[in-house]
Structures are given as C-alpha cells and as structure tokens.
Design a protein around this ligand. Structure first.
Ligand code: ATP
Ligand code: MG
Ligand code: MG
Ligand code: MG
Length: 472
C-alpha cells in the first residue's frame, strides 16, 4: 500500500535519526529572533542561530520538518503543480560536521533504498554548479549516476549577500512523458520550468563566506543545509498529477466540492480555484494559529491578501458568501498528528477567518462595480492603464489589496499605474503620521481583535488553551 504523508514525514525524521541526527521540532511561522524575515520560509531559517555560530548545538547533526510560508510563490499557486504558499520542508543539517559526501550519499540512500522511499534510480537526475567538481564526482563516481543525468547549471549557487554561501545540488524526479515530451522545448530539462522534471530536494553546501567587499573566502567550518518539499515527494509517491490530489489536500478539496456543488476535475479554470482555496486556507489557518492576524501591513497584509485572493477565485465555484472558515476543520484534522496547534486553536482561527471574509464581502460588490466602471472608462480613452488613484481607493475603501486589483485587471489586459498608487500611499502615510502625533498616547487595538468575541479560549498569542481533544 501507498505511504501516507504523515508516514513520509516520519520516515524522513527516522532516517536521519538513524544517521545520528537530533530531531528539532517545527517552529512557529512567525520568526522569533529575526527581524529581517517576515515568515519562516525554509527549514534553515529557524536554525540560523547555529549556522551563524551564535549558539553551538549539542549535536551538530540536525533534522526537522519545518512549516514554511513563501510569498514569492503566491502567483504560481493554482497554476503550477508544485507551488504552495504554505508547505513543509524536510531538512537535514550539519553544523561543521559532515559535508558533501555524506549529504549526497544519504539523500540518495533515502530516496532509492527499498528500506526507505524506494524510488526507481533511473528516474532521478541532478544539477550541480559548473565549478563544483567535487559534487559532480561524488554523483558520478560514488553514487554511479550516468553523466547525462548530472547537469551543470550556473544558478546552483546559494548566496543571500553577506554571510555563508556556497554551491548547491538539486535532485529532480522524472515524472515521465505524460508530463511533457516536446523535444524542441528548451526548458524541458531538470532545472528548467517544466512539470516533467520535478525538483524535489535541494542540498546546499555552505563553504564560503561572502565578505562585505564581495570576495569569497573558504569557511573554516563548512555546513550542510538541505530542503525537500513534503508535498512534492508525496505527490510522486502517491502518483498524483499535482500536489493537490495528495492526502495533504484532498479532504479540503472534497469539502469545497460539497460546499460549492462543483466537481473537482471538471474544468481547468475551476480546478485552479479549488487549488488556490486549498492552498490559501492552509496558510491562513497556520499563520493565525501562530499569532498573525489579518491587517493592512506586514504579515497581516499577506493574510488579508491571501484570503481575498481565495475569495476572488471562489467566484468561479459560485461561492459568493463566507466559506473559507468552514475549511479550517479539514486543515486541523489532516495536520493533527504533527501539528496539533491548528486543532487546538480552531475556534479562534475560524472566528478570525469568518470575520475577515465578512468584512470583504461587505464591500466586494461595490468594489467590483468600480473596477468595471474604471476599466470601461479607460478603454473608451484607448488606455490600458488602470489609474493609481483608483487602485488606492479600491485598497483604502473597499479592501482590495493592490495585488488583487492587479490580478483582476491583468485578466482584461490592463496594467496598473504603480507610481500613482505609491504617491497616494505616501500621502496616506503622511496623514497617518500627523494623526498619530495627535493621539500618540492612545492604545489602538488591532481592528480585527476588537470585533472578535472569542470565549475564554483566547488568552494571548502563544498561550491558547490546549485542553481540547480531537473529536471526530
Ligand atoms: P522551485 O524551483 O520549484 O520554485 P526552489 O528552487 O525555489 O523551487 P528551494 O528554495 O530550493 O526551492 O527549496 C527547497 C525545496 O523546497 C524545493 O526543492 C522544493 O521541494 C520545496 N519548495 C520550494 N518552494 C516551494 C513551494 N512554493 N511550494 C512547495 N514546495 C516548495
Ligand atoms: Mg522557487
Ligand atoms: Mg528551483
Ligand atoms: Mg531549489
């Protein structure tokens, strides 16, 4: 029988435990000690303290399954098989302990050994950095990978400015000709933008320090940092067309089918809506569970934007009133084994989501009417630029995040006037600054919290009661 997602996650942790790694728990999505980061976006993000040497871990070998949020992929969601805004990264890490050889050897063993995942080795290919002969030879000579499946690409260098950096190697699974077989497609190779060669695992060899003067010097202690997307490897194991048909998403999609009366896999446009909804509700549920709330800035803005984006797509399923909050239940149940937090804070999360949905619905129709009117007027003037002041009004009065307006009007061939929008935004910031000076002693509670009347459950962001048990 097929492995379930929770078994795959556990198998990864067990494999590396067997190789002497200590298991770190999944940490909050809200960075605890890193003001430069909006969300935890990878497994290594919660381990920075070990990588930069601030703290020496008891065990230099670490393994984790870390919930992550990536906002750079929002627009991909629903359109590619493999991108989410919320996903889990499985990672093994070495803090100055083992390096390339072991990292590659173990990744290969985990993926191909019949005691573990047992993928057909023929299906796997890898990319390496052109100058990383060391990695190239490990793949070729130690693993025995044929050279045509070791591809050298320039992009395989991990560098985020000053600090540790280095080459990486990525592992791709060939999903077969059904996923693309156009010999003229220049992108059809591992590392290209295609769905046939699915990137599953990235192994980063941090071996240089990127100095302030942009030179690179070898690090005295070299580190390993890897990340594999759970949803992707599960989709290969469960042989589903996209990540969204795996057991990590299926119950959410089935519930959406019930609520909408629309069948998944009926047509492409509606499938996109199902995927967007399933993805965004996971992100929003987990983020609220970790203490974020919808608002007009920072993390809160991301949540608002995601919820409203999901509501926009939901129209394709004829879902025209609040419904997202009803899916929180499914998220809680699917993830309960490893992440009980969503279940434990379910009532609160549902309340927040429902309130936010209601707020948007109050102004949605009016906002859409304005959108239409403005586009008509511009078309009449032979213009395909949506004016910045209107983007601002939609944002400020009708709660349309700029990116949402942008997605709407792009579908009609419009671009938005960014400069005009920014001008209105800075005028507003100036007004807000003046207003703040007048009421600077007043404590203004978050608008969302003010409206919520959650019974005794809410006692602070990181101290919600955890006494409820799963009743199904
Ligand atoms: P891609 O090229 O597919 O966008 P990436 O190269 O940006 O992925 P990495 O930064 O290398 O991704 O992250 C390590 C691993 O995490 C990837 O190999 C993939 O399995 C997974 N991953 C990355 N981004 C996402 C995402 N948005 N949704 C789901 N899984 C992801
Ligand atoms: Mg990416
Ligand atoms: Mg990639
Ligand atoms: Mg990658």
């Amino acid at each position: 029988t097929q492995l379930q997602s929770h078994e795959v996650r556990q198998m990864f942790l067990d494999f590396f435990k067997e190789k002497g790694h200590g298991v770190e728990p999944s940490r909050s999505l809200v960075p605890q000690e890193d003001p430069t980061l909006l969300w935890i976006n990878s497994g290594v993000a919660t381990l920075k303290k070990y990588f930069d040497g601030r703290i020496i871990p008891d065990n230099p070998r670490i393994v984790n399954a870390q919930k992550s949020i990536r906002t750079n992929d929002i627009e991909n969601v629903g359109f590619t098989a493999r991108h989410h805004t919320f996903f889990e990264m499985l990672g093994n890490f070495s803090i100055g302990d083992y390096f390339k050889e072991k990292a590659i050897e173990w990744a290969w063993e985990f993926l191909t050994s019949d005691d573990w995942i047992g993928f057909d080795a023929e299906r796997l290919s890898v990319t390496v950095h052109p100058e990383d002969d060391e990695a190239y030879h490990i793949w070729k000579d130690q693993v025995g990978l044929p050279t045509e499946r070791i591809i050298r690409i320039e992009e395989n260098f991990w560098d985020i400015g000053e600090g540790p950096s280095g080459p990486n190697t990525e592992i791709f699974y060939d999903r077969g000709e059904a996923y693309g077989n156009d010999p003229k497609d220049p992108e059809l190779y591992p590392g290209g933008e295609n769905e046939r060669y699915l990137e599953i695992w990235n192994l980063v060899f941090s071996q240089f320090n990127h100095n302030p003067d942009d030179t690179y010097t070898p690090l005295p202690k070299k580190n390993i940092d890897t990340g594999m997307g759970l949803e992707r490897i599960v989709s290969v194991i469960q042989d589903t067309r996209t990540n969204f048909e795996t057991d990590l998403f299926k119950p959410i999609i089935e519930r959406t089918e019930q609520l909408s009366g629309v069948q998944y896999h009926d047509n492409e446009r509606q499938d996109t809506a199902f995927k967007v909804i399933a993805d965004h509700v996971r992100t929003v549920a987990f983020a609220i569970g970790d203490g974020a709330l919808p608002s007009n800035e920072g993390r809160g803005y991301v949540l608002r934007r995601l919820l409203r984006r999901a509501i926009r797509f939901a129209k394709d399923l004829n879902l025209n009133e609040p419904f997202m909050y009803r899916l929180v239940d499914q998220v809680a149940t699917i993830m309960y084994d490893f992440y009980p937090e969503v279940h434990n804070k379910k009532d609160f999360i549902q309340e927040v989501v429902k309130k936010e949905e209601e707020r948007f619905h109050e102004t949605l129709q009016e906002g859409l009417a304005i959108l239409e009117k403005v586009m008509q007027a511009e078309k009449a003037k032979q213009s395909n630029v949506f004016p910045g002041e209107e983007v601002f009004t939609l944002y400020d009065t009708y709660g349309f995040p700029k990116e949402l307006t942008e997605e709407y009007v792009q579908a009609e061939g419009f671009t938005i006037d960014e400069v005009g929008f920014e001008r209105e935004m800075s005028k507003q910031r100036e007004r807000a600054r003046e207003a703040r000076q007048k009421v600077d002693s007043m404590q203004v509670q978050d608008e969302v919290l003010q409206q919520i009347d959650v019974d005794s459950q809410f006692i602070g962001y990181d101290q919600l009661t955890t006494t409820t048990t799963l009743s199904t």
